[in-house]
Design a protein around this ligand. Structure first.
Ligand code: NAP
Length: 512
């Protein structure tokens, strides 16, 4: 059935605005390649949107206490939840999400906002946070210093990747709003419809003060060129784009605070102690199979490298082939489909090119090709490295693809994982504390998060692929060097840490 084209407008300086025809992007249903929406920012005043956010949204948010900002987050979380089915429908036609994939994104958005709303309630009527204990600075107790955290007085610009249009908007905005900063959110154009609808809901239902949220729907234009020293740029996307944005002239000269969440070659290590069929085994197989197929592998935290000892390699291959054999690839609108297409034609080209590169050092265990149909489909694919591999540690194939690698001992496992050059999350599945200690701390410094998959965790965990608001998201090196979320720490990106020094009773009175 043909779908009427939807115009996605931007929401700038408190009004909806449509760009000109010159750079109109067409968004398609990735399962059918039918155009479903279009967006343009040509000619729009993006600099004006930043000024409006700074001058209207910032003061309004800073006037509120943490508890009051938390209530705003709670309102947005509830509204997203109330519109869940509608948003799931949009994710299906604009991003090729199965219902499960869409829920992961949309419930993740509401859940993260809700978690930060809960955190805000514990902060009560404060507007300034103390950072640690104060210190005596002189011989007497009078001369005293105290670090405090205050909201930055600029605007937080959030540039998001195509894979999580709801969660990407919400997880960044939750921290910025709670810290007291207004947000200009720029979803990836190809899958912007869900973020667009969430913004419409927030505006229609008047859930935020004026100026607290703007949306740039379409090309970024000159948006980032107007950022200054009180502003924050939080970017999620490819390492190449992240590196370009970091090097923007004003970003460098004005010390714009930047956070980058980029590529990651996440690994999962199966310990030599894990017996076939045990609870730890089942957890490992389930997590690897889920990460290959959920969102068609387009998850920054998905397991890309699967490290297995020789003794269990054959059994792992068999178990994963069996799981992947049960996956039904197709249009998520059809009953029984368990994995949808890639999100864009470019993604399809990139994944095919990545598979060709990996082909030089791997053999195909399962899948490996395009699904013959219209749409951007790729079969769930398991590869096996012929040796220690090079490309597999350096090239992220952002699709339903993982590669098996053999290792011998915790030291070799850790060395192989570290070849990924810094990651968001890797996992170790074992019940042997000696092996876990060596493997976990052999890779810890190279990651933002390490998931320890032991047998007792089976049935209690969401796996390494789920980002939780209580824990840090981000990693060193290739992963971009960023850090988001992590409870209260997530606010740090949007706050200035300032050392107050002076007469102790006075400093204490000012900060209490
Ligand atoms: P991308 O091409 O780098 O695009 C990401 C975002 O940057 C989009 O919103 C894009 O806008 C925008 N953008 C591109 N060029 C820009 C410029 N010159 N100025 C300002 N904005 C610009 O990445 P992608 O293909 O969407 O995402 C896939 C990649 O993201 C994968 O490599 C994946 O690993 C990574 N990723 C990382 C995380 C994480 O949390 N670490 C999460 C998800 C994805 P347009 O869409 O308008 O071009």
């Amino acid at each position: 059935m043909a779908i009427a084209m939807k115009r996605l407008r931007s929401y700038l300086a408190g009004a909806w605005a449509d760009g000109g025809e010159s750079s109109r992007a067409v968004l398609v249903n990735p399962a059918t390649e039918e155009p479903v929406a279009e967006a343009s920012t040509a000619g729009l005043d993006l600099a004006g949107a930043l000024t409006h956010a700074r001058s209207v949204g910032g003061p309004a948010l800073r006037e509120l206490t943490f508890a009051q900002r938390g209530e705003l987050l709670r309102g947005v979380a509830k509204a997203i939840h109330a519109h869940r089915d509608e948003l799931i429908g949009l994710a299906l036609i604009n991003a090729g999400n199965t219902r499960g994939d869409a829920k992961f994104d949309i419930d993740g958005a509401a859940g993260t906002l809700g978690a930060y709303a809960d955190l805000a309630a514990t902060l009560g009527d404060k507007r300034v946070l103390l950072d640690g204990e104060g210190v005596q600075l002189g011989r007497s107790a009078r001369f005293f210093g105290q670090h405090v955290l205050v909201p930055r007085e600029g605007v937080a610009v959030h540039v998001n990747a195509f894979n999580f249009p709801a969660w990407g908007l919400a997880e960044k905005a939750a921290c910025a709003w709670l810290a007291g900063m207004p947000v200009v959110s720029k979803p990836a154009t190809a899958t912007a419809w869900v973020a667009h609808r969430i913004t419409e809901i927030i505006i229609e239902e008047r859930l935020l003060p004026a100026g607290a949220l703007a949306l740039v729907c379409g090309a970024p234009g000159d948006l980032l060129e107007h950022l200054g020293g009180q502003d924050v740029l939080a970017f999620t996307g490819s390492g190449d784009t992240g590196a370009r944005l970091r090097a923007l002239k004003n970003v460098v000269t004005d010390s714009v605070r930047v956070n980058v969440e980029a590529d990651s070659l996440n690994a999962a290590v199966l310990g030599p102690d894990v017996e076939v069929g045990s609870a730890t085994w089942e957890l490992f197989i389930t997590d690897v199979a889920r990460d290959i197929t959920q969102k068609a592998g387009q998850k920054c935290t998905a397991i890309r490298r699967v490290l297995v000892p020789e003794a269990t390699m054959e059994a792992v291959r068999e178990a994963l082939v069996e799981r992947l054999g049960g996956v039904r690839v197709g249009d998520p609108a059809d009953d029984g489909v368990t994995m949808g297409p890639l999100a864009t034609a470019q993604q399809l080209r990139d994944v095919r090119a990545g598979l060709a590169r990996l082909g030089a050092e791997t053999e195909v265990v399962h899948g490996g090709g395009a699904v013959p149909s219209k749409g951007f489909f790729v079969a769930p694919t398991l590869l096996a490295a012929r040796g220690a591999g090079d490309v597999v540690h350096a090239h992220e194939v952002f699709g339903p693809v993982a590669t098996l690698l053999q290792y011998d001992g915790a030291a070799e496992a850790a060395a192989l994982v570290r070849r990924g050059g810094g990651g968001l999350v890797s996992s170790v599945y074992s019940d042997d504390r000696g092996f876990l200690g060596a493997a976990v701390f052999g890779i810890a410094a190279h990651h933002g998060r390490v998931f320890v998959g032991s047998g007792k965790l089976a049935g209690h965990s969401l796996g390494p692929g789920t980002v939780l608001p209580q824990l840090q998201h981000g990693g060193p090196g290739r992963a971009g060097g960023g850090a988001e979320l992590g409870g209260l720490d997530g606010l740090g990106l949007y706050q200035q840490r300032v050392a107050l020094q002076g007469d102790r009773p006075l400093i204490e009175a000012l900060t209490r």
